[in-house]
Each structure stands twice: as C-alpha cells, then as structure tokens.
Ligand binder design. Structure first.
Ligand SMILES: Nc1ncnc2c1ncn2[C@@H]1O[C@H](COP(=O)(O)OP(=O)(O)OP(=O)(O)O)[C@@H](O)[C@H]1O
Length: 229
C-alpha cells in the first residue's frame, strides 16, 4: 500500500495538498487540468522533490526523505529519458546497474526485457535510429527490468500515434498485471485511464477533488468528471 498522509508542497505560488492511499496492485490514474499538480505529486512519490510537510509511506515504511534510488519505484515519463550516446541495450541495462557492468545472467535479463516489448535484435541501435514508439518501448523495457513494485508513469503515451498508444497500453497492462505492480499514472485522457487503471483521482489546483473507481463510471458520471467524458 502506498500511503500519502497530509502531504503538502509549495513552489512558486502553487501548493499541492492531499492525502490518499493506493492499495497494493491497484492502478491509479491522476487526471486534472494542466498545472493541477499531477507531475508534482509523482515527483514527491519518486523523491525528486520533498514535501514541506506530511508523509509518503510504502508498505508502512516511511520513504518521505529516502533517496530516489532507495525507493521502491520505477519511472516511465513522457520523454522516455533515453541517453542518446548509449545504445538500446545499455539504455535498458541502466535499469539494472548504473555501472553497466553486467553478469552473463543480467545480460540475459536485458535481452529478455527487450524481447518482451518486441525489440529483440535492436540492442545495438542508438535511440536516434528508432521511431518514437520504439523509443517509448525501450523506456518501458528499462522500467520493467527495474522490477520495483511501484510504477510511476507521467503521460507516457502522449507522443504516440493512436495505434502505438493502443499497443503500449495493452503491453503495460499485461506486463504490470503479470508482475502485480502498483501503478500511479498521470494522464490527460480519461479513456487511457479507463483502459489501464482501476481508480481515478481528479486533481484541481493542487487538491484532490474526486477519488472514485473507474469501473462503471460512465453509467453515472460524477459532475466533476463530466467535462472529461
Ligand atoms: N520546476 C518548477 N518550478 C516552479 N514551478 C513549477 C515547476 N514545475 C511545475 N511547477 C508549477 O507547479 C504547478 C503544478 O505543475 P505540474 O507540472 O505538477 O502540473 P500537471 O498537472 O502535471 O500539469 P500538466 O498536465 O501540464 O503536465 C504549476 O503551477 C507549475 O507551473
């Protein structure tokens, strides 16, 4: 369980202030207008920022002040964060070892991860020699290789065409279900949220204004979500 207790964080006139819980294995979508605080919340969970007050805990362990590397998280952001000077294999291997000094078994895991996202045989290419969708899948392979229980995704599908988006959504859904990942995903599209997630938090100006299951939502949509339908 991911627990956020009275988190509060202020930056340049913007304040994020919320509490909430995400059950183990649950997939949570963060929806809200631009600037509502979705990325800020992901940064606080990932450890790129620290809250001014409140607590972030995973399975009862307080990780509010933990270093990024010591958190149970893997991260998939919109731009994939691939290193242009490293080849595809090395970019994925970074999920396992920052030193890139891998044992034979670890090299096999990298190859397996690439195969899982349909990129077997692409290891020697540089990111620039891949399409946008393939780059997104390299980032996904790295995220999966990290094998951390909490996946944080920030609009990971925004740059993909509809066909690739559908493919990636299905892949993330299958692979995360197979691993029982807990997921928090910021997105702008309620349909993406419905395809991947169980629950949605609607953010507005740094506050959580709605916290509901996604199943059956369209039958009786809450007023706050009407604009997103
Ligand atoms: N590095 C930063 N320095 C100062 N202010 C920032 C920084 N990053 C974000 N903000 C501000 O924090 C607020 C929340 O931004 P955030 O990126 O979390 O929103 P968001 O909901 O993810 O938006 P979007 O959907 O556009 O990605 C905004 O007012 C934004 O201008």
């Amino acid at each position: 369980m991911l627990t956020l207790d009275d988190l509060s964080f202020s930056q340049d006139g913007f304040t994020l202030s919320l509490s909430g819980k995400v059950a183990k294995g649950e997939r949570l979508a963060l929806l809200g207008p631009s600037g509502s605080g979705k990325s800020t919340l992901l940064s606080l969970i990932a450890g790129f920022d620290w809250p001014d007050a409140g607590r972030v805990a995973w399975e009862g362990r307080d990780i509010t002040q933990a270093a990024v590397a010591d958190r149970p998280v893997s991260i998939l952001f919109q731009d994939g964060n691939l290193f242009p000077h490293l080849d595809v294999f090395e970019n994925v291997a970074l999920g396992l070892r920052a030193s890139l000094r891998l044992s034979g078994a670890e090299r096999e895991r990298v190859e397996e991860s690439l195969a899982q996202v349909g990129l077997a045989g692409y290891g020697a290419r540089r990111p620039a020699a891949l399409s946008g969708g393939q780059q997104a899948r390299v980032a996904l392979a790295r995220m999966l290789l990290r094998d951390r229980p909490l996946a944080l995704l920030d609009e990971p599908f925004a740059a993909l065409d509809p066909g690739l988006k559908t493919e990636m959504l299905a892949q993330v859904s299958d692979l995360s279900a197979a691993r029982g990942l807990t997921m928090v995903m910021a997105c702008h599209d309620l349909r993406d949220a419905e395809r991947l997630c169980d629950r949605v938090w609607l953010l507005d100006d740094g506050r959580k204004v709605l916290d509901v299951p996604l199943g059956g939502l369209r039958d009786a949509p809450p007023e706050a979500l009407r604009a997103w339908l």
